[in-house]
Design a protein around this ligand. Structure first.
Ligand code: M6R
Length: 612
């Protein structure tokens, strides 16, 4: 949940040193965590560390990160787990003699015990973090072994937990040592330089040739060398693992937009177009259908926004195939995993492919003999690697902490899967499938139109309701997952308490909260029966004084008792994620802007949650 960068170069590649590149990479990594930042570099044979609490831009300017003249540097942006956000807890951390500097993502489970042991030997700690045990351990072993790699290996052998480490040392001043276990880390391959990073987005301006490291792998990079060992300490022929990423620098920058979140909302037509093009040409859907057809039970698991995409899939598959899909929140896997049998199918949805809760659910389901179908936006990430097949969305990098374009891309991929599954099991015929797939082809156009239609109204409404303390987002049937996604966006970006539930539940309790002006947003799918039922729910809210806001297809439900109508393009009810989601994304974005918050960096959150 933190960001790591390490760059080592020859003076030829980067005559002034690599500090400016490190700062730029850190800025691209800020979405990973942003309570403190720091860098360390080798300068004239010594380690220079600069770090502090605060946002990268401020800390870097104040401490002059980019003034460090070094050819071998590491950097870190932190989302605190052990130790409060503070200057002393910011990474990098060093040992007593300042021979080593380390940055770390993850959690070291046995840090307290190791720290006690090291303190008994005379080591002095200068932070409250779990991370600091590593440089002291390496120092301890180096004194005996006199070799950095051997000392690093020994230290890794003592550590339990999750980690991605990057470490520099005065003893081998052009090398960055690294290790990975349960936290993402990639090696970026250059000419005259090499890099390590927690995210591809951080190094995309330097190189597109990368090796995605696997759990247990460790090694070092120097400007001309890359050495990687596997979990048994055997050298790896890493050239076999090089992939070329398709993302461009443009994809990973704001391109003139004030925030990544707005850029990513606006990019949705292209993200959907690319997702469609990708699914059409790869074989993953076919493999997934085979797994699904042979399964007695189908589960779908995920966290947060991806879980809402999973709920959409479950509703859709019930509508199209009459098949019951069991959705479960990944962190609750213990309740469900015992019901999974050999050959059952588990669909794991994760844009990052690294969410620890989802990864755990996948691992436990596999132990039960389940087949895993991943839906992910990041090639070679952990969940796809551990799955039987992966349907990739092609939304491009999503930097804003709020999932936007990845949600609509996931729902499109799952829509595609659900149609093919219904066809394969004979629940729909060829011509029905063709018709539904034609509808899917409209998704990019529909979302473009939905953005155009709802943007000005979202901005206007945000100004009116920014001061609300609470609101409801209601729907029925296929619209409920979109309502749930809307409530999550309003909470995480707009900092307004928002609750979503199927509108029929109002009378069973929640309506008690309604008083004059209480905002209730209705996601109204384009289905006469749902419109009719929701009309009643709107009426019951209106008559108790609620401010009723309806998101609905143009020219439908003219008689609905709505205070505010947000019209979206007319489309089949099953396409509700593409017609109705943009409004609520934009509303939460503009609420944040109205309140003076940064929508890209919501408090207490980080983009990829790699802890349980
Ligand atoms: O990378 P994943 O899709 O697995 O992430 C799951 C959630 O952490 C994520 O969707 C989170 O809820 C977002 N902040 C929502 O905007």
């Amino acid at each position: 949940m933190c960001g790591i960068i390490g760059i080592t170069s020859t003076p030829n590649y980067s005559p002034e040193g690599v500090a400016k590149l490190v700062v730029r990479a850190l800025l691209r990594l800020e979405y990973r965590g942003y309570d403190s930042a720091g860098v360390a570099g080798i300068v004239n044979g010594e380690i220079v560390v600069r770090k502090a609490r605060g946002k990268i831009e401020d800390v870097s300017r104040r401490l002059g990160f980019d003034k460090i003249r070094s050819y071998c540097m590491i950097g870190h942006t932190r989302w605190a787990t052990h130790g409060v956000p503070s200057d002393r807890n910011a990474h990098p951390h060093t040992d007593c003699r300042k021979w080593f500097a380390v940055v770390h993502n993850g959690i070291l489970e046995n840090h307290a015990e190791l720290r006690r042991r090291l303190e008994r030997k005379g080591h002095v700690f200068r932070s409250d973090t779990d991370t600091e045990v590593l440089p002291h351990l390496v120092e301890d072993y180096y004194v005996v072994l006199g070799n950095v790699m051997s000392a690093f290996e020994k230290a890794l052998g003592l550590i339990r937990g999750s980690y991605a480490f990057a470490m520099i040392s005065v003893h081998e001043p052009d090398k960055i040592f690294f290790a990975k276990n349960k936290n993402p880390l990639v090696v970026g391959i250059g000419k005259g330089f090499n890099t390590v990073a927690s995210d591809i987005a951080a190094i995309i301006e330097l190189t597109r040739r990368i090796v995605v490291l696997r759990d247990g792998w460790y090694g070092y990079v120097s400007p001309h060398d890359i050495v990687i060992y596997d979990e048994r300490g055997e050298p790896i022929d890493w050239k076999k693992y090089v992939i070329t990423v398709e993302w461009s620098v443009e994809d990973a920058s704001k391109s003139g937009y004030p925030h990544y979140m707005l850029k990513e909302i606006m990019e949705q037509p292209v993200a959907l177009q690319n997702t469609l093009a990708g699914i059409r040409r790869d074989k993953a859907v076919e493999k997934a259908i085979n797994i699904l057809l042979n399964a007695e039970k189908i589960y779908i698991t995920a966290a947060g926004t991806s879980y809402h995409a999973g709920l959409y899939y479950a509703s859709l598959t019930s509508i199209l195939s009459g098949t019951l899909v069991h959705p479960f929140i990944a962190s609750e896997y213990e309740l469900y995993v015992k019901t999974i049998n050999e050959g059952d199918a588990v669909i794991a949805v994760s844009q990052s492919g690294e969410t620890m809760d989802t990864l755990n659910a996948v691992r436990e389901a596999k132990k039960q003999g389940a087949k895993i179908i991943a839906v992910s936006n990041v090639v070679e990430s952990s969940i796809p690697r551990e799955s039987d097949t992966t349907i990739y969305t092609r939304a491009g990098p999503e930097i804003g902490v709020a999932a936007t374009k990845t949600f609509t891309s996931q729902t499109l991929a799952l829509y595609w899967l659900s149609i093919h599954y219904a066809l394969a099991r004979g629940s729909i015929n060829q011509s029905e499938a063709k018709e539904l797939l034609r509808e899917a082809e409209k998704a990019p156009w529909l979302i473009r139109r939905a953005i155009e239609m709802s943007k000005p109204l979202a901005e206007k409404l945000a100004a009116e309701i920014s001061s609300a303390g609470s609101m409801y987002v209601l729907s029925r049937g296929i619209g409920v997952p979109v309502a749930m996604e809307g409530a999550l966006k309003i909470k995480e970006i707009g900092y307004i308490h928002a609750e979503a539930y199927p509108a029929g539940e109002s009378k069973h309790g929640p309506i008690a909260l309604i008083e004059k002006g209480f905002p209730v947003i209705f996601i109204v799918p384009n289905d006469p029966r749902l419109v009719y039922l929701l009309m009643g729910n709107i009426e019951e809210m209106k008559s108790r004084g609620a401010l009723t806001i309806g998101v609905l297809s143009e020219n439908t439900c003219r008689e609905c008792k709505l205070d505010i109508r947000i019209e979206t393009p007319y489309a089949d009810k099953l396409l509700v994620p593409f017609t109705h989601t943009p409004f609520i994304q934009l509303l939460s974005y503009y609420i944040a802007i109205n309140k003076g918050y940064d929508p890209d960096k919501p408090r207490n959150l980080a983009k990829t949650v790699t802890v349980e």
